[in-house]
Design a protein around this ligand. Structure first.
Ligand code: TPP
Ligand code: MG
Length: 561
């Protein structure tokens, strides 16, 4: 017979389920949980400086490891502060478990101090949520949270625990087990045969890989299938790295900021094999003009995605890796020399141009230079803006989980705390964060957390004194009417970083920029590198919002095809 209070029970369950780091901030409503956490010998607490930071630290751990990660927040403002990170996890299918304190049950509904309807607020932005009513319930709620967060299409789960439930004693005879993963599978062998026949019979097929390939650990299976049948392969922002950027079949990212040749190849394809992707509008452009000639095979673990935006001619609902492996023997060995030659021709005619790629003080040059210094184990996090798109275009990602970026919600402020989470989960690796002068300010307080834990993190702030991606839209679509997108007060990021206890480098005044970058990358612990960038450096090519992908502007080959 075991006897302990709800808070102790929660911490013991988290320990048993392998959690070794929790990011969070205490407050009145979760103090029993913190008291129990102080007694843990296996869980390390990371005191964030803002609950949104704690949520993104958990995301960084989950995104880089593939395992559920946990964050804590108190009731009221603690809970509301963490909501953005939860919503972000929902849109990118990231398994985090957020445990919030709540006012005692007897005060719920009375507008008590720091009472907010956390359960109600989190319904649309979680995969599932719980309001726990007795300490004994935790024996089933906590295992269920782990199962739901990780199983099938992953996602965030919230557990709201009133303070009296944290203090209530529970008695029980045995510990619950960590639930085994049950794979859902809604296709028959004959479906696989039909899909394989469509692939074998296609003349101009393209494989389209999304974040689900990463979640399903299916990148090796995807590459195997692509190689056997010679399938040119494109990836979404979250799918980057599923096959290496330098793979001969790799077409890079598709959509709004894709290379022209990628979107042109999609125009011509006659079969789209979509795996773990959801036809996001940033990828497809105007939906009814996307891949106009293609039939579609849609492979996804979430049946809700099938036929949501594009009708599938063939659907395979199940684990992406299982589908690829089971289909492999039915796939013919093909060389497709005509189609691959056409792709090479498109690459020659519509090449991807990277202005300044040899200058380490220019966006593309900086990113290529960091890639040259880093190894494939390095984890790259980004914030949201032009710098994010430059990284997606130019960084040669070679494996899944190498890039941590906020795709679906596009949350400025994601980069720094997510990078800290990745660094905590992978202390032996180097973590790089590319941020912008706008985004870094949104969670800059987490530099204190980074310094406190001496994480191996190098933050590059690409400072164009503007909300660059917004300004670019004003340049292109609002007659250069720049409003509310340019900063007049210039922040001294180097001084600020030093104030937080980080080392800092100013690339703008470095005599030898490559040497400065190399030194920064070799610096122990966290550091910041300030990189001045011209306001007018734009991200090209670009599909205007709402336009078809073939209507890209900018980024032409001025030298002539
Ligand atoms: C939280 C949040 N607020 C607003 C936006 C809208 N937005 C998208 S990109 C961007 C500019 C980002 O500026 P910065 O971080 O400096 O990156 P840059 O584009 O200049 O590289 C803004 C305001 C957003 N994505 N997230
Ligand atoms: Mg900027």
């Amino acid at each position: 017979m075991y006897r302990m209070n709800g808070a102790q029970l929660t911490i013991r369950l988290l320990e048993r389920f392998g959690i070794d780091i929790i990011a969070g901030i205490p407050g009145g409503s979760n103090l029993p949980l913190y008291d129990a956490l102080s007694q843990s010998t296996t869980i390390r607490h990371v005191l964030a400086r803002h609950e949104q930071g704690a949520g993104f630290i958990a995301q960084g751990m989950a995104r880089s490891s593939g395992r559920p990660a946990v964050c804590f927040a108190t009731s009221g403002p603690g809970a509301t502060n963490v909501m953005t990170a939860i919503a972000d996890a929902k849109l990118d299918s990231i398994p985090i478990i957020c445990i919030t304190g709540q006012v005692p049950k007897s005060l719920i509904g009375t507008d008590a101090f720091q009472e907010i309807d956390t359960y109600g607020m989190s319904i649309p932005i979680t995969k599932h949520n719980f309001l726990v009513r007795s300490s004994g319930e935790l024996l089933s709620v906590v295992p269920a949270a782990f199962r739901i967060a990780a199983q099938g299409r992953p996602g965030p789960v919230l557990i709201d625990i009133p303070k009296d439930v944290q203090l209530e004693m529970a008695e029980f005879d045995s510990w619950p087990d960590l639930p085994q993963e049950k794979k859902s599978r809604q296709y028959a062998g004959s479906d696989l045969e039909l899909a394989a026949a469509m692939i074998n019979g296609a003349e101009k097929p393209i494989l389209y890989l999304g974040g689900g390939v990463m979640h399903g650990n299916a990148s090796a299976a995807a590459a195997g299938l692509a190689e056997k049948n010679s399938l040119p392969t494109t990836m979404t922002l979250l799918g980057l790295g599923s096959i290496p950027a330098d793979h001969p079949l790799a077409l890079g990212m598709l959509g709004m900021h894709a290379a022209r040749y990628t979107n042109m190849a999609l125009e011509e394809c006659d079969l789209l094999i979509v795996a773990g992707a959801r036809f996001d509008d940033r990828a497809t452009g105007k939906m009814n003009e996307f891949c106009p000639n293609a039939r579609v095979i849609h492979i996804d673990i979430d049946p809700g995605e099938i036929n949501k935006l594009r009708t599938a001619d063939m659907q395979l609902v199940g684990d992406v890796g299982d589908v690829f492996r089971e289909m492999m023997p039915m796939i013919e060995q093909r060389r497709r020399s005509g189609w691959l030659e056409r792709i090479r021709q498109l690459k020659r005619e519509y090449p991807f141009i990277m202005p300044g790629q040899d200058d380490p003080c220019m966006p593309y040059g900086l990113i290529r230079q960091i890639a040259a210094i880093a190894d494939d184990e390095t984890i790259i996090a980004t914030d949201v803006g032009k710098h994010q798109m430059w990284v997606a275009q130019a960084y040669p990602f070679r494996r899944s989980r190498q890039l941590l970026t906020s795709g679906g919600l596009g949350t400025m402020g994601f980069g720094l705390p997510a990078a800290i989470g990745a660094a905590l989960a992978h202390p032996q690796r180097t973590i790089v964060c590319f941020s912008g002068d706008g985004s870094i300010l949104m969670n800059i307080q987490e530099f204190a957390t980074a310094a406190e834990h001496r994480v191996n993190l190098k933050v590059f702030v690409l400072d164009n004194t503007s909300l660059g991606l917004v300004r670019q839209q004003q340049n292109l679509f609002f007659d250069k009417h720049y409003f509310a997108s340019e900063y007049t007060n210039h922040v001294d990021f180097v001084t600020i970083a030093r104030g937080f206890g980080l080392q800092a480098f100013a690339l703008g005044t470095a005599e030898d920029p490559v040497a400065a970058l190399t030194e920064a990358m070799r610096t122990e612990g966290p550091c910041l590198v300030h990189v001045p960038i011209g306001r007018d450096e734009e991200v090209y090519p670009m599909v205007p919002p709402g336009a078809a992908n073939k209507e890209m502007i900018g980024g032409e080959n001025h030298a002539g095809a």
